[in-house]
Every structure is written in C-alpha cells, then in structure tokens.
Design a binder for this molecule. Structure first.
Ligand SMILES: *Cc1c(COP(=O)(O)O)cnc(C)c1O
Length: 221
C-alpha cells in the first residue's frame, strides 16, 4: 500500500472525532515526506532537531513541524523560528529556554508537557506531581512567549491493550483535572497528544486530539 493509502485509511478513522494526525517522519527521506504532503498531510513530527531543520529548509512552508522527541536546551534556538508545537517539555528550565528563544523571534510557541505514563523508566517525562508543581510555579505566568496547550504521553510498549488503555485513561483524567483548575493565562488545556502506530485506535477512543503515527504510514524504520 502507498503512503497516500495509509494516510487516507488513518484519516478516515478520525472522522467525527476532534483528533488530528501528525505523520511521524523521523529517519524518512524528504521524497516520502513530499508524498505524504501531496496526500494532504501537512503536520509532521520529528524527534531530532537537526533532522527537522534540514527537512524544514527544503519542504513547503505551509507544513506544521511538531517536535516530539527529547529536546536539549542548547538546541531550542534552531527550531524556535518555525516549530509549530513542542510536545516534549519535561522541565521548567527547558520551558524558560523556549520562552527566551521565542521572544528573540517574536513568537509564542505552543508547548505540551510530556507526562510519564508508561511502566518503563526509560521514557522521558514529568510525573503528574511534577507537572502540577510546574503549572503552579509563580514564575510560569511571566513567560509571555510560550503557551502550554496540553499534555503528551507515550504508553508502555506492550501487547497488553488493557494496560495501554489504562495509561491513556489516566492521562485523560489528569488532563480533565487540569482543565477544571484555575491556571495562568499562558496555560490552556486543549491538546492531548497520545497514540502511535500500535495504539492510536485506543488513544482516539480515550480522547486523544493528536495522534503521532510513523511506521503505519511510512513502514518500519
Ligand atoms: C517515533 C515516535 C512516534 C511514532 O511511532 P510509530 O510507532 O512509528 O508510529 C510517536 N511518538 C514519538 C514520541 C516517537 O518518538
């Protein structure tokens, strides 16, 4: 099946849901990204700064670039001029750096807090307690060049669908709790980024608004 066929199949499952597809293009060559673009997909996710910058430079400018992988503070400056959303905020220090670099280019960059929901301890992210603490820091409202637009999470890499569903449910519950809290003006809980090739069907059922799908579109990496 072609890239277009895969995209159309996934997009059709998103009909009548608030959820949108981010095509995860990491490690894939630019001609494959172009194929996805021509199939109507204009939101791409990358996990490495350098790779995202190189692809951004040669591809059409109406593409939305989503940084989904771990981000080092010293690399924020390279993506600040164009990145559409950073899904992987895991410290206040990183948020401050995004704010600083966004200010330099006169932008407000939408960011998601990455929450650790998986059993493995190899995955990055904040605990629920750490995220709560970050959202209540007195220094947070001062950051005028970032917006915290929601949460991101990755479920445990397992065949156990019950476990995956439980993790997504937990993230959605936390999202709803935050939504009902009084939070600073630069926080608005709108996006819930969860679901990858192996588990996006469950994520949609559990309230995802952004699925990040790579191998089901482009093949194995
Ligand atoms: C690679 C990656 C994905 C996509 O994974 P697939 O299993 O290929 O769909 C989604 N989210 C993050 C954070 C990733 O690093």
């Amino acid at each position: 099946m072609s890239i277009r066929t895969h995209i159309e199949a996934i997009t059709s499952t998103l009909q009548n849901t608030p959820c949108r597809l981010i095509a995860v293009t990491k490690t894939k060559p630019v001609d494959m990204l172009m194929e996805a673009y021509q199939a109507g997909c204009k939101m791409f996710g990358e996990n490495k700064v350098q790779e995202m910058v190189s692809k951004y430079e040669v591809l059409p400018k109406d593409i939305e670039w989503h940084l989904i992988g771990h981000l080092q503070t010293n690399k924020v400056k390279y993506i600040a001029p164009f990145v559409s959303m950073i899904h992987s905020i895991d410290s206040f220090k990183l948020l401050q750096e995004v704010n600083k670099q966004a200010q330099k280019v006169n932008r407000v960059i939408p960011c998601l807090l990455q929450i650790h929901i998986a059993e493995e301890d190899t995955k990055f992210g904040l605990s629920v307690e750490e995220a709560e603490a970050l959202l209540h820091l007195p220094e947070l409202p001062i950051l005028q060049h970032i917006k915290i637009s929601g949460l991101m999470g990755m479920a445990t890499f397992t065949e156990n669908l019950t476990q995956i569903r439980k993790e997504f449910k937990g993230l959605k519950l936390f999202f709803n709790q935050l939504k009902s809290q009084k939070l600073p003006a630069n926080v608005e809980m709108q996006e819930l980024s969860m679901g990858m090739s192996g588990d996006y069907h469950i994520a949609i059922e559990e309230g995802s608004t952004l699925i990040r799908v790579g191998s089901s579109i482009f093949g194995a990496r």
